[in-house]
Design a protein around this ligand. Structure first.
Ligand SMILES: [Mg+2]
Length: 421
């Protein structure tokens, strides 16, 4: 425990998490770090329950008249319209292709006729609606997230504020990113060469590679690939590139600790999801045994399990996925609990457009850790924003326009058709 507590404090300090935090106050934050073991469930719960959405200055009701799921080319779109004709959109991840019956039949109907300004309360209402809680899981919460994104866009357009401003205010203007690889089937040499190309193209100063075989009970994707990649990545990319590794639930604790120590030897930034994602005790064992920060939570959908993980220091960095976990507001609640113990919240993202929601989250969340994930694909969408999104010196700009920041949603909606047809 002594090791992990020291690691915790060092990490929070390195991330700038001990000072200058809007909304939580540096003194309170420092105290909470030094007394992490004294934090109570009640204190975490109170932090989670504090209002997130700031839209009470919208004085007239914003009654939702329609919610449509659309498809245009390879993109899915969610279009929400109020009775007054205001509009908002969301661009969900590709899981729509499997989840649309839940979206259309179980989630969207709840919101019709509701006041969008009460969105925060609706996250509870939709969970109860039609006993939706019996579907509790990533499949349900993705659908809620997509509607939440669209409603936040709508409220932002009405009040002329970005989503980040609706969710507490902007605390940074640039977001340093790492580029993540999805590969597991190539050799260490091929993977490092791929990263060299991506670093050249994007200006990234940090990367994340895959370790292990993904949910593989210790088996590597290719014999020796992980050890080779750990060694070669530092050797070839040099000390100026920060390295992250993601095991996608590959290991039991003994093997995770072995791999984690190799990552410590190359001074990696963090080790993500070392053990099966829902094995909270095993993940905690690994967190306690290593000095490298352990990150996790992308598959989590329960606020109470995040609360357990934070209270029990089950990881060093929490990673709610903005779509799997049910949206920005629920993820902000996790971040508020984590902030009480000095733990960064580095959200996981899914889907090509998902990084835009990450940018809004990062813009309004004090302690996000050192780097956020970026999977590329910005070229296609940068000009949708005004000013266009940019990537410079390994950092992304943040959308500043109303809502999600897309300048002309009618252009985006043109040619979109109902899904399913
Ligand atoms: Mg991951």
């Amino acid at each position: 425990m002594a090791i992990s507590r020291r690691k915790f404090i060092e990490m929070a300090a390195a991330a700038g998490g001990l000072s200058g935090l809007s909304g939580c106050g540096s003194q309170r934050h420092s105290e909470s770090v030094s007394t992490v073991s004294g934090i109570t469930v009640e204190a975490l719960e109170r932090a989670a329950q504090e209002p997130v959405l700031q839209c009470r200055d919208i004085t007239s009701p914003v009654i939702i008249e329609s919610i449509q799921l659309l498809r245009k080319g390879n993109d899915y779109l969610v279009h929400v319209r109020s009775q007054d004709g205001a509009e908002g959109i969301a661009i969900p991840n590709s899981r729509v292709g499997n989840l649309y019956p839940i979206f259309n039949n179980r989630v969207a109907p709840y919101f019709i006729g509701k006041d969008a300004r009460d969105l925060e309360e609706h996250l509870w209402g939709v969970y109860r609606f039609g006993s939706n809680y019996k579907l509790q899981g990533v499949a349900l919460w993705c659908c809620v997230a997509w509607i939440e994104f669209a409603i936040l866009d709508l409220l932002g357009r009405i009040s002329n504020r970005s989503i980040a401003r609706l969710l507490g205010g902007v605390v940074r203007e640039k977001v340093p990113f790492y580029v993540a690889s999805g590969h597991r089937d190539n050799s260490p040499q091929e993977e490092v060469e791929w990263f060299q190309g991506v670093i050249e193209k994007t200006g990234a100063r940090a990367i994340k590679f895959r370790a292990g075989g993904r949910m593989s009970r210790n088996a590597d994707s290719r014999p020796g690939r992980t050890e080779g990649l750990i060694r070669l990545s530092r050797q070839v990319l040099g000390d100026e590139i920060d390295i992250h590794a993601d095991a996608n639930s590959s290991y039991d604790p003994p093997r995770a600790i072995e791999i984690g120590k190799m990552l410590e030897d190359i001074n990696a930034v963090y080790f993500e999801e070392p053990c099966p994602f829902d094995h909270l005790e095993d993940t905690k064992r690994v967190t306690e045994a290593l000095t490298i920060p352990v990150a996790g939570g992308e598959q989590e959908f329960s606020q109470r399990r995040f609360r357990w993980t934070i209270l029990n220091h089950g990881v060093d960095i929490v990673q709610p996925d903005l779509q799997y976990y049910g949206g920005l507001i629920r993820s902000k609640r996790v971040a508020r609990m984590a902030a009480l113990v000095g733990m960064p919240t580095t959200v996981h993202i899914s889907g090509g457009f998902g990084f835009v929601y990450m940018l809004h989250f990062a813009a309004c969340t004090p302690d996000i850790g050192r780097y956020q994930e970026f999977k590329q694909g910005m070229d296609r969408i940068a000009s949708w924003f005004d000013p266009p999104l940019t990537s410079q010196a390994g950092a992304l700009s943040i959308p500043t326009g109303p809502g999600v920041g897309i300048r002309d949603i009618s252009a985006l909606l043109k040619g979109a058709t109902s899904f399913p047809a």
